[in-house]
Design a protein around this ligand. Structure first.
Ligand SMILES: Nc1ncnc2c1ncn2[C@@H]1O[C@H](COP(=O)(O)OP(=O)(O)OP(=O)(O)O)[C@@H](O)[C@H]1O
Ligand SMILES: [Mg+2]
Length: 585
């Protein structure tokens, strides 16, 4: 039996040639486990025992194993923010109450977040003693990938289905059958025991894709694994923030990619618990919007909160800014306009649901390439003819969301914080999101890194914009200026931004192009009509020349005039017959 090969795209690795112990992190470092390229990996659950003495979270293991990803979220908190953090612990109710919908106590118990009482004493003992809750089930550790070919291990491995409905699978299958029908000789490819066809040694790199199409379906089996392990195959770490570490995973059952966020620290009884719940509450209430990262599920496992979200294949806006910077490029104005419009649409939705985000910044805005974004067509985008720059921006990380009417403010990153929030004026919180959005767009436009505090921090909040390395149109620049107005009421609402002519300009341009095309079609029709009219006039003057023998109607050279409308001879009886030169009468 061959070892389990989980596939994935062009970088198919010949299992026989992979080194003996090849962890996901090594794959990650070698650039194979990340990005759009999937890899062939083997799972080795037996190696979990290595962490015998590991004290707390597997995420800490992740952190130590992985090359440290430069955290875009090195969150800067003002003293007042810290104050709020402390305060939020003290005001935490023992039974959490959603800011928007009440959660039944039974459901809360099911989240298994109340494993320990949250008394100071228990918290203290929790922090000093090795956590027993984390040792309950050793198999509840993060997945490991090795190239083990041990059949005993392989037999315990849940596999991954390939969703036949994804555009990518459609493409692969089509190409596969095309190639197959072209092949006259029979390849000596053989199936492995998991239904993945193994790549014959002589296949070309072009055939790498097809080598792993499953020939039979896999069902998720009831292993004694954590939900995370049994339901998902981890492909690599894609980001880290203050609250959690995010991994790109494929769901074994549906074969689709997801971003799975796992809280860094154990939850029970801590302030993190409130933050984690906030994020879940907000996602659950917000439902589905094309400019808000989609939420699928959340559960608590090993005292860590796990949130399953839509995977955004373009990463975060922060990553995109850094990448562009490295290439010496900047977001151009049309891209900035799209960014502002999309985030405004997402904010409009959040605000209209009675909530505010309070942590809008580049590392919390995610990018989806349009080709892979199934949901775009459901949005206002469709009405507008789709995004003009080929990407969709989505608001994510709802960990600071609170309600507009009864806010429990846990300020986000101080670099993006509106002045009024710092001064605990929560009377117009949606405009605090607008302020952060303005700074986000400025950063994307090439503004220097934002100050965390000090004079520069204050001057940015007194309508003094930083200098930019590119010339923006005066209209767009002044729009950004209004987003940063020191007076919250002067900032436009998200809803007003969605209708703003500066942001709709591209779309207006598209509409004009569409109208021009339609005008050309109409012009052509008119020309055809005129030509036919001309011919009809000639035919009226010399009827013999216009009709072939036996025909009672003139030959219609185009689609017009419509049947039933006689342009010529309206006053004459219909049963007239005309001759036509060349046909002989
Ligand atoms: N759905 C997703 N698709 C793609 N990448 C993601 C997704 N969610 C998170 N990431 C990556 O992981 C990083 C951290 O995610 P997120 O902001 O949700 O974590 P956090 O711990 O709440 O952050 P913060 O420090 O802002 O509180 C993001 O900046 C991004 O790079
Ligand atoms: Mg974040």
């Amino acid at each position: 039996m061959k070892s389990l090969a989980i596939l994935c795209d062009p970088l198919a690795i010949d299992l026989n040639s992979t080194p003996s112990r090849f962890t996901s992190w090594e794959l990650l470092e070698s650039g194979m486990a990340m990005g759009s390229d999937w890899t062939v990996q083997n799972l080795d659950f037996s190696s979990c025992g290595e962490e015998e003495e590991g004290s707390d979270s597997s995420l800490d293991e992740w952190s130590s194993r992985t090359p440290q990803i430069l955290s875009p979220n090195s969150v800067c908190r003002t003293p007042i923010v810290q104050r709020h953090r402390t305060r939020s612990i003290t005001i935490s109710p023992s039974i959490p109450v959603s800011p928007t919908t009440p959660i039944p106590y039974a459901a809360w118990r099911k989240l298994r977040l109340c494993d320990s009482p949250s008394t100071p004493k228990s918290l203290l003992s929790k922090s000093t003693l090795p956590s027993s809750s984390t040792k309950i089930c050793r198999s509840q550790r993060a997945l490991r990938f090795t190239t083990s070919t041990d059949p005993a291990q392989c037999s315990r491995m849940p596999s991954v289905n390939v969703n036949p409905f994804t555009p990518d699978t459609f493409r692969r299958t089509r190409e596969h059958y095309k190639r197959k029908s072209r092949r006259s000789d029979h390849d000596d490819e053989d199936n492995d025991d998991y239904g993945f066809r193994m790549k014959p040694s002589h296949t070309s790199s072009e055939e790498d894709d097809e080598a792993f199409l499953p020939s039979k379906r896999q069902a998720v089996q009831a292993f004694m694994l954590s939900r995370y392990e049994s339901e998902f195959l981890e492909l690599g770490r894609i980001g880290a923030g203050e609250f959690g570490v995010v991994c790109k995973c494929v769901k074994r059952l549906d074969g689709c990619l997801y971003a799975i966020k796992r809280s860094r620290r154990p939850l029970a009884g801590s302030a993190n618990e409130q933050l984690a719940l906030k994020e879940v509450y907000a996602h659950a209430v917000l439902g589905h919007h094309p400019h808000v990262v989609r939420y699928y599920s959340a559960w608590a496992e090993d005292d860590h909160m796990i949130i399953q979200n839509e995977y955004c294949d373009g990463g975060s806006l922060h990553d995109a800014i850094v990448e562009k910077e490295a290439r010496g490029e900047l977001f151009q104005e049309p891209e900035l306009r799209d960014l502002l419009l999309h985030v405004s649409m997402g904010l409009k939705y959040i605000h209209s649901s009675g909530l505010v985000h309070l942590d809008i910044k580049p590392s919390n805005i995610f990018i989806c390439q349009c080709s892979s974004t199934g949901g775009v067509g459901e949005s206002e985008e469709e009405e507008d003819g789709g995004p003009s720059t080929g990407v969709v921006y989505k608001i994510g990380d709802l960990g600071h969301v609170t309600s507009i009417n009864s806010p429990q403010v846990e300020e986000g990153d101080s670099r993006f914080l509106a002045s009024e929030v710092l001064h605990e004026d929560y009377s117009n919180l949606p405009k605090a999101d607008i302020f952060s959005q303005g700074l986000t767009v400025l950063l994307a436009a090439g503004a220097p890194p934002l100050p965390q505090n000090g004079d520069e921090w204050h001057s940015l909040r007194q309508a003094q914009l930083p200098s930019l390395p590119q010339e923006l149109s005066p209209a767009f620049r002044s729009l950004i200026q209004t987003l940063l107005d020191p007076e919250p009421s002067q900032r436009p609402s998200a809803s007003a931004l969605c209708r703003h002519p500066v942001l709709r300009k591209e779309r207006t341009g598209n509409l004009a192009a569409q109208l021009r095309r339609e005008l050309n079609v109409e012009k052509f029709r008119t020309a055809m009509l005129e030509k036919e009219l001309q011919e009809a006039r000639l035919a009226a003057l010399s009827p013999q020349q216009a009709f072939p023998p036996g025909l009672q109607q003139p030959i219609n050279t185009g689609s017009l005039p419509k049947a039933g409308r006689r342009l010529v001879g309206r006053n004459a009886a219909r049963s007239m017959s005309f001759g036509c030169p060349g046909y002989g009468v």
